[in-house]
Design a protein around this ligand. Structure first.
Ligand SMILES: Nc1ncnc2c1ncn2[C@@H]1O[C@H](COP(=O)(O)OP(=O)(O)OP(=O)(O)O)[C@@H](O)[C@H]1O
Length: 498
């Protein structure tokens, strides 16, 4: 027989064929009427009756389906008119993979539903699929545990090295802040340990068991910041965000949100941030639903927020909202007494990570380091020690070697540093601070030919350090000066970190 030529007959044939296929290939079928009463079962279905507690078909057919098939969802299909194409049904007769399809009359009104048992004993028939699912679930659980581990605090107060009065005062204030749930504002130059303190405050707070989530505001493009903060509702966008995405506020729910470089928040987002802090609720992009959140905010900035307020670049109301517990984190040059202790800790850490012997600095070398301006603070000190460890073959290092490595790295040296413990260091004490050009010429030369990737990395680093210095540590201005985006600058800086 050929295919019928009219569409209606073709559809009828297709429907009949599909029904027959399901009726033969499936483990059983049943029909319920509009009132969810069983009106028909096929031969295969009949074998489930004893397990369901029925001896005769006549005791089963005619009954409300929920009375004779425990846990059935047929009534839901009748209520919603939506099929449930694949579902797992478990009851006293076993576990089944089932499908439920509404039946409609010519006007589209739901008049019944068809239930199909696709597989019984899915634990054997679907074994490969279930094994794969179990493996995926295991991977997902592991990834979730790892994420939770990463979201826990990396540092405690013990990680903040320093016994100078200034360092002890910072720790005292931060410990007190940890006892409350009010916003904290950490103010200080780059590399002074603001992020470390934020972690430590969280770790010592009542929220320590929950997430610590950080956002570096300066590193997120303005157009993406709102989505990053508040998330995206499903269907608001096409592409990667189609399914929706939680924002950082949601991820930090119950825990702490660290807003790094809060002074760089664009004005357009400041108003929304203020609302969230006031109301304690967020509205994901593309959603008209507000979601309550409970987040403790710790903000940090290296910029003068009061000045930004005076210039109209930071909202005054947001400033007051964040400035509840301000903590000024002093620069290294105001707590030089901590430098030997920091050097000790950093040398140990660098050695541990690189698998080398820790540096041993002579008293003159340590004195020289102590007198440097350290505009990049602890981060810059760490970088300097890493450079020294890389460039000096002998772990015992004296002041002239330190001076030459710092000069090669383009660091602005302290002019009148006293290098010597009464012996000749070979370093010209009266010489002016090493300029960028001098620094370049102080790079390895003649005898050691510097490989191209290292040379490029060094030149790039010198340029960035010089730009940051020129702009007084202001990264946005430095990025502009370098002709790169601030996100690129941040990516480079964070690649050097830790
Ligand atoms: N007091 C300290 N004790 C030990 N390590 C410190 C201390 N202060 C800073 N560090 C280390 O210096 C590096 C920079 O610190 P951190 O990122 O906390 O600074 P920051 O003030 O947040 O800088 P930025 O504003 O540039 O983000 C980190 O590796 C941190 O562990």
């Amino acid at each position: 027989m050929d295919l019928p030529s009219d569409a209606r007959s073709i559809l009828e044939l297709a429907a009949r064929s599909m029904f027959e296929l399901f009726a033969n290939a499936s483990q059983g079928m049943m029909l319920v009427d509009r009132q969810a009463r069983v009106v028909w079962i096929n031969d295969q279905y009949r074998r489930f009756l004893p397990a369901l507690g029925f001896e005769r078909e006549s005791d089963f057919v005619g009954q409300p389906v929920s009375a004779v098939v425990p846990n059935t969802q047929m009534h839901r299909v009748l209520e919603t008119g939506q099929p449930i194409l694949v579902d797992v049904l478990s009851n006293r007769a076993g576990t089944f993979v089932v499908s439920r399809i509404p039946l409609r009359d010519a006007d589209g009104v739901v008049i019944g539903a068809l239930g199909i048992v696709l597989f019984d004993h899915p634990e054997t028939t679907l074994q490969p699929l279930i094994a794969k699912f179990a493996r995926l679930q295991q991977d997902l659980d592991e990834a979730r545990r790892e994420l939770a581990r990463q979201r826990r605090s990396k540092y405690t107060f013990a990680s903040f090295v320093g016994r100078s009065p200034a360092a002890l005062e910072v720790k005292r204030q931060a410990r007190r802040a940890a006892q409350t749930s009010s916003p904290v504002l950490l103010l200080g130059e780059t590399g002074t340990g603001k992020e470390l303190l934020a972690h430590a405050i969280h770790a010592a707070s009542a929220r320590s068991g929950r997430a610590f989530v950080g956002v570096n505001i300066a590193a997120v493009p303005e157009t993406l910041l709102e989505a990053e903060f508040f998330g995206v509702a499903p269907g608001a966008y096409t592409g990667a965000d189609r399914k929706g995405r939680d924002g950082k506020f949601k991820l930090a729910d119950g825990g702490t949100l660290f807003l790094d470089e809060v002074g760089d928040t664009p004005l357009s987002v400041q108003a929304k941030l203020l609302r969230v802090l006031q109301e304690g609720e967020i509205e994901p992009l593309g959603s008209n639903r507000v979601v309550p959140i409970d987040v403790r905010v710790i903000a940090a900035t290296s910029r003068d927020l009061a000045q930004l307020v005076a210039q109209g670049r930071f909202r005054e109301d947001l400033y007051y909202r964040l400035n509840v517990l301000p903590i000024r984190v002093p620069p290294l040059r105001e707590r030089r007494a901590d430098i030997p202790l920091l050097v000790d800790m950093l040398c140990e850490d660098i050695a541990l990570r690189s698998g080398t012997e820790p540096l041993e600095l002579t008293p003159a070398a340590l004195a020289f380091l102590t007198q440097q301006p350290w505009r990049g603070n602890v981060r810059e000190l760490r970088n300097a020690l890493e450079q020294i460890a890389l460039r000096c073959d002998d772990p015992r290092v004296d002041a002239p070697q330190v001076a030459s490595v710092l000069a090669a790295a383009g660091a602005p040296l302290q002019e009148r540093a006293s290098l010597a413990d009464g012996h000749d260091t070979g370093y010209d004490m009266a010489a002016p601070a090493v300029s960028q050009t001098d620094a370049k010429s102080a790079a390895p030369q003649d005898d050691v030919f510097e490989p191209l990737p290292q040379r490029i990395a060094r030149v790039e680093r010198e340029a960035i350090e010089a730009a940051l210095q020129r702009c007084g540590g202001n990264r946005v201005a430095a990025a502009r000066l370098l002709g790169i985006s601030r996100a690129t600058l941040y990516a480079k800086l964070s690649a050097w970190r830790d």
